[in-house]
Design a binder for this molecule. Sequence first.
Ligand code: V1S
Ligand code: ZN
Length: 310
Amino acid sequence: MFIYAGKSLARYGFGNDHPLGSDRFDTFWHAFQQSTLPEQCTIRTPVQGSADDARLFHTTEYVERVRQLSSQGAGMLDADTPVFPGIFEAALVVVGSVLDGAAEIVAGNTTQAFVPIAGLHHASRGSSAGFCVFNDCAIAIEALRQRHGIKRILYVDIDAHHGDGVYYAFEEDPDLFFIDLHEDGRHLFPGTGDSNERGTGPARGTKLNIPLPPGAQDREFFQHWPAISRFLDRIQPEFIILQCGADCLAGDPITHLKLSDQVHYQTARRLAEYARICCDGRLLALGGGGYNRANIARGWLQTIRGLLDA
Ligand code: V1S
Ligand code: ZN
């Protein structure tokens, strides 16, 4: 498995007064190095992405707006996403690393890759949202299609927040399969992801939105897996993307789910086993949210363990 790690990925952070602080990468990296996982992984240097990479999904106008604000070095992209000097380049490192991971998997140089910090699932084609400048999940989906000829993709998201930027961009796309377990939008940003949002037009039934009540524990999370298994049984993806946000774990300061890191381990393991059957094991995992520092380490490391154990 490839793990993307290096200082340039750590630049994507909004300072220590913001939930998505700049110390999140170091927290992960320290815990990873203390574990036995490095023996089983290949460490890859993060890759600087380009404006053209971002334009695989985002509009030129939006990409240029980020570039401009970044050079000014101050302001707000949206109510949650402050600008810092170099935010454009920092956001493009996340994009470049995710695209490199996808390309390495497609090339057959690895079957699995993990990119911490990535999984910025709220940005839409024309705007940022909720700490997310460029939507690396959606950019990876577009790159798999436009650059690698891979059409049928499964996107799974266990971040506490609904992956609205991915869902709405591909709501009408019958070849983008989508499973998202999240805290009920009546209680948490971004307010979407009701269970009746199942895709529209030709894509009806290709999406599974599973809202969980605030305070939900593992039992409520795993109770949905028989339905998830039935869904997986009737699709044949060629590639799997897992957004494994750690903000669904008990003790997160901005969400209210009370899950344990078993959800990360089991989700990763089950999906990796499924990937071996349907798509030669091809799975790209993206870190996502997580604002309790100990939880970031736990959730992301358990994801890596689950992927390796499969
Ligand atoms: N949930 C939540 C949350 N918490 C904050 C926040 C808290 C303290 C701050 F100093 C600044 C922001 N904002 C939010 C959400 C956005 C959550 C984004 C999660 C990202 C991800 O984990 O899914 C993927 C990386 N925004 C809101 O709730 C909106 C507001 C309604 C409240 C906060 N103010 C700052 C903006 C408007
Ligand atoms: Zn989140």
